[in-house]
Design a protein around this ligand. Structure first.
Ligand SMILES: NC(=O)c1ccc[n+]([C@@H]2O[C@H](COP(=O)([O-])OP(=O)(O)OC[C@H]3O[C@@H](n4cnc5c(N)ncnc54)[C@H](OP(=O)(O)O)[C@@H]3O)[C@@H](O)[C@H]2O)c1
Length: 244
């Protein structure tokens, strides 16, 4: 029975990934900041799923949470993240102080969540373990400022991680989704219709992505069959940025 950690596993993509591992009989810990959301997810998912509530961007909270995380880890899915420009109130400061606060918020939510949880669990990763990080199509396009920059940073950091853990047979890869439906990413009102239509039009298969698409790629990357794939970025966007 494998030990799986899915950050941001209480909602959206992470919840779907946690459900899939649990259905395979793996032991899963889901994490996030909101305990009530995690508890609700645990109740819904069934299987061997536990919750650990902490802010993965806060070094002290990550260290304190180690007691609730598995002693050995086979698969770490660093899925927690989101675009803070979209979901948080803008930083109150004007000028450069506000700019720095807004950029730090997205670096915290996306880069530091993955970096800190991975470093905290580094010594617990079993030989042959899998680390799966989350970027975005935004890392390969302009227009999203600090969010795209934070996701691009993950892709570069993943390469260093893959180099470091490679000799232990551990792989580190990145999934970079395009638009994925059924998540909290775009907030309570969901993606604006015009933007959805634009995203679908830009894809080669003329559809939106679904959490099941991400689940399938994650399960493959976590499988023994994917042991020679590491340091890669997998664009899960219906070919929207094909050729790059
Ligand atoms: N949906 C898309 O179209 C799309 C496209 C490209 C990439 N992505 C990426 O896919 C990943 C999953 O997002 P999603 O679409 O499933 O959206 P989501 O439903 O908003 O899920 C994000 C999860 O991350 C958790 N989280 C955020 N900040 C955290 C922190 N500091 N510490 C701990 N947990 C944190 C959230 O829980 P709490 O709020 O309770 O902490 C939430 O459960 C993200 O990395 C996102 O950037 C999504």
């Amino acid at each position: 029975m494998r030990q799986i950690v899915v950050t941001g596993g209480g909602t959206g993509i992470g919840k779907a990934i946690a459900a899939a591992f649990a259905a395979q009989g793996d032991q899963v810990v889901i994490t996030g900041r909101r305990k009530d959301v995690l508890d609700q997810a645990v109740a819904e998912l069934g299987g061997d799923v536990r919750a650990a509530a902490f802010d993965a961007a806060d070094p002290a909270q990550v260290e304190a949470a180690l007691a609730e995380l598995p002693e050995r880890v086979d698969v770490l899915v660093n899925n927690a993240g989101g675009n803070r420009d979209r979901t948080s109130a803008p930083a109150p400061e004007a000028g450069l102080a506000g700019l720095a606060a807004r950029w730090r918020a997205n670096l915290d939510a996306n880069l530091f969540t993955a970096l800190l949880v991975t470093e905290a669990l580094r010594d617990r990763l079993n030989p042959g373990a899998r680390v799966i990080n989350f970027s975005s199509i935004a890392a390969h396009r302009g227009g999203t400022g600090s969010y795209g920059a934070a996701k691009a940073a993950i892709e570069n950091w993943n390469l260093t991680l893959a180099q470091e853990v490679g000799p232990e047979g551990i792989t580190a890869n990145v999934i970079a989704p395009g638009y994925i439906s059924d998540t909290e990413f775009f907030g309570p009102n969901g993606i604006p219709a015009e933007r959805l239509a634009r995203n679908v039009a830009q894809s080669l298969n003329k559809r939106a992505g679904h959490p099941d698409d991400v689940v399938a790629t994650t399960l493959f990357l976590a499988s023994p069959a994917a042991g020679h794939l590491t340091g890669q970025v997998f664009h899960l966007d219906g070919g929207s940025i094909a050729g790059r």
